[in-house]
Design a protein around this ligand. Structure first.
Ligand SMILES: O=P(O)(O)OC[C@H]1O[C@H](O[C@H]2O[C@H](CO)[C@@H](O)[C@H](O)[C@H]2O)[C@H](O)[C@@H](O)[C@@H]1O
Length: 278
């Protein structure tokens, strides 16, 4: 019997089919459409590590992404600062969306959303450095359009609770910002209706990829990637595929899964091979 493409499931803890183990079904779902591939960085292309500067892209993954970019549109959509993620990925011709999609550049593309919030972000950064002073292990990472406060190396539970309290106190004093979460991280960003999902939809429009001949794929591992999975799911049945990198299964609006960045690299390699074979 032919391998039937699994139906995308809604946000639930249901196990999502593996886009790698069931690659034939994934390819059948893609059919003769051309993919447009959107890639998150941390936890998707590189394993989660102790500090952001230690998340180095493996050369083999870089070369798979480079090969894929020769076969279909590829964009990296990251919470990191635009320049930081572009430097880590190190492929000049790609499209990059940094600060969770607030800062976009690529061939013929340049957009910055929320420049009028930079003063509030500067004020938040200064307030955070005062409030977090003395909490061992905390790391504040300023991006152009967001501030990440990392708790991975902060003692639990008191230290982590103190960091959360400080972040929420600063946010309460700066209502033009909002708090989002992730893996051992609190982030402050402009309180605007903008996120990775809206950035992906906007890129599809601007790149002329919004039609039915293109199937957008989004690979991500974290809370903020759920915005992109939901945005693709909202385009309608079969108009986008979310692939959540996760182990064990967690609630997700993605229809597919991969276990870890190693599987993500293997999937991208398989996809590139499949596209090259025509
Ligand atoms: O959207 P992404 O590309 O996945 O970026 C999300 C955040 O990733 C980074 O933090 C995460 O990865 C670190 C390195 O593995 C890890 O130490 C940290 O606990 C994770 O939250 C990055 O530093 C953030 O700026 C991004 O927002």
């Amino acid at each position: 019997m032919a391998d039937q493409p699994p139906q995308p499931s809604s946000a639930s803890t249901d196990a999502k089919p593996s886009a790698l183990a069931r690659f034939d079904a994934f390819a059948a779902m893609l059919g003769d459409r051309r993919p447009a591939v959107f890639l998150d960085y941390d936890g998707t292309l590189t394993p989660i590590v102790e500090r952001p500067d230690l998340a180095i892209l493996d050369e083999s993954v870089r070369s798979v992404i480079r090969r894929l970019a020769g076969l279909c549109p590829v964009a990296v959509v990251s919470g990191r600062d635009l320049e930081d993620v572009a430097r880590h990925v190190g492929i000049g011709e790609l499209i990059y969306a940094g600060s969770h999609g607030f800062d976009i550049r690529g061939p013929g593309l340049r957009t910055q959303i929320g420049e009028e919030y930079l003063g509030d972000l500067d004020a938040a950064e200064a307030a955070l450095s005062r409030r977090l002073d003395g909490i061992a292990g905390v790391l504040v990472e300023r991006k152009r359009f967001a501030i990440a406060v990392h708790t991975r190396r902060v003692a639990a539970p008191e230290g982590k609770a103190a960091v959360a309290e400080a972040v929420h106190a600063v946010a309460a004093s700066l209502p033009k910002l909002r708090v989002t979460g992730g893996k051992e991280i609190h982030e402050l960003r402009p309180n605007l209706p903008w996120d990775k999902g809206r950035a992906v939809l906007s890129l599809l429009d601007r790149l002329g990829l919004a039609g039915p001949e293109t199937l957008p794929l989004y690979l991500g591992d974290d809370e903020t990637d759920e915005d992109a999975f939901r945005a693709l799911a909202a385009r309608g049945e079969g108009r986008g595929a979310g692939i959540r990198v996760m182990d064990p299964p967690a609630p997700s609006a993605a229809g597919w899964s991969l276990k870890d960045p190693a599987e993500a690299g293997a999937f991208l390699d398989r996809l590139a091979g499949w596209l090259a074979d025509g």
